[in-house]
Design a protein around this ligand. Structure first.
Ligand code: ATP
Length: 375
């Protein structure tokens, strides 16, 4: 069942159409991330779901109940939608101590005192803030304040959680910790979570489903694995992945029921045929699917090593090959590459081909996507 459902939702600001008709179904219990560059409409979409923003038109249902309908101007205000929020700024009440910040909504809902105390204790324990209930937010670190916001969600026991860039104000170490925390929270509560970020690492690590948006339009909706390995167009391919995906101009030829790609001087026989098209294409390959050699091997391009950047467990190599900037990711610490002139082997199994005009991914014949991580 879909817990959140948007049908033909639009939002205009004056003459500016921020969200063209948008359809989005979020299944119950899933962690769904809206991902995209600044201005793509992810916050507006979340605020519409929250009721903080009124759409211009369309239909919105939460847990099967209509909360907005453009047909009869039906609009349920945010406080009656039964949602939990965490936003970028922690939105704690500065004049209230931690315990009151966590339980205010429960008190307003006139829950019995015993139950409020029980939920407060449980929430403080879950976020490891036992003993902090008598402090004001100003007496806590940024990470602790964010954990109070999380505790408030735990205590409220909402079945739908909305989070807008909740980690962006935290330092790198805390962000990684809180990422784990929020993922665990969502799982433990069995909640449906809609999470907004422009950070692809957060999206890939936390989500069951990623929705990639651009200019208010959904470019692709799929599992992190699908989004990374089968991006539906060049925008998604380039937006996801750090270091970025490598792109080359290529020409596709159909020869004796095989698909052959020409890149510069070399020819690559694709293991999965792409029979529908031929002509100029964009070839894309992830940096970890390129291997360096000192001498030519099959499916390899000549290249020159430019910069070597070890990051600890991995090394990023920047190269040039036939006028293209190329990035290679090596899963170990390399200080210096021994020779400047190398050969770059492309793993044909992991080459993606995009139509150079439409930018759409060419589909292979019938082959399911490679699930190398399947048990
Ligand atoms: P960011 O990551 O920068 O927050 P976003 O993807 O969340 O970006 P939105 O904030 O949803 O994007 O904005 C979508 C579009 O709507 C943008 O073009 C933005 O300028 C516009 N917009 C958002 N809020 C308003 C407003 N109150 N008035 C006018 N235009 C707005």
């Amino acid at each position: 069942m879909n817990e959140v459902s948007l049908k033909g939702i639009t939002k205009s600001y004056g003459a500016h159409l921020a969200i063209p008709p948008l359809d989005l179904d979020v299944p119950k219990g899933k962690f769904v991330t809206l991902l995209g560059p600044s201005g793509c409409g992810k916050t507006t979409t979340l605020r519409i779901i929250a009721g903080l923003e009124q759409p211009s038109d369309g239909e919105l249902t939460l847990s099967g109940k209509s909360v907005f309908s453009g047909r009869n101007s039906h609009f349920v205000p945010p406080e009656k939608r039964g949602l939990g929020f965490i936003f970028q700024s922690y939105a704690l009440w500065p004049n209230m101590k931690v315990d009151r910040n966590i339980t205010l909504a429960l008190q307003q809902a006139r829950k019995p005192k015993d139950e409020i105390q029980e939920r407060l204790g449980e929430a403080l324990k879950k976020v490891q803030l036992e003993g902090y209930q008598d402090r004001f937010p100003s007496e806590l670190s940024g990470g602790q304040q964010q954990r109070v916001a999380v505790a408030r969600l735990i205590a409220a026991r909402n079945s739908i959680l909305l989070m807008d860039e909740p980690l962006s104000n935290l330092d790198a170490v805390l962000r990684t910790e809180m990422r784990t925390e929020l993922k665990r929270l969502s799982r433990d509560l069995g909640a449906t979570t809609i999470y907004v970020t422009h950070d692809q690492v957060e999206a890939l690590t936390m989500s069951d489903i990623i929705v990639v948006m651009k200019d208010g339009v959904i470019q692709q909706m799929g599992s992190p694995y699908e989004i990374y390995h089968q991006p539906s167009n060049l925008f998604v391919a380039e937006f996801i992945g750090d270091p970025r995906i490598n792109l080359f101009d290529a020409t596709l030829e159909q020869r004796d029921s095989r698909s052959v790609l020409h890149i510069g001087e070399i020819e690559i026989n694709l293991p999965h045929a792409l029979p529908q098209s031929s002509g100029p294409m964009r070839l894309a390959i992830r940096p970890e699917r390129l291997t360096l050699h000192d001498a030519p091997v099959a499916n390899s391009l000549p290249a020159e090593v430019d910069v070597v950047q070890p990051t600890g467990s991995q090394t990023i190599l920047s190269l040039t090959s036939q006028g293209n900037a190329v990035t290679v990711l090596i899963p170990r610490f390399v200080e210096r590459w021994p020779s400047r002139k190398v050969w770059l082997e492309l793993d044909a199994e992991h080459i993606m081909v995009f139509d150079s005009r439409s930018g759409q991914l060419l589909q292979t014949t019938g082959g399911p996507i490679r699930q190398e991580n399947a048990a």
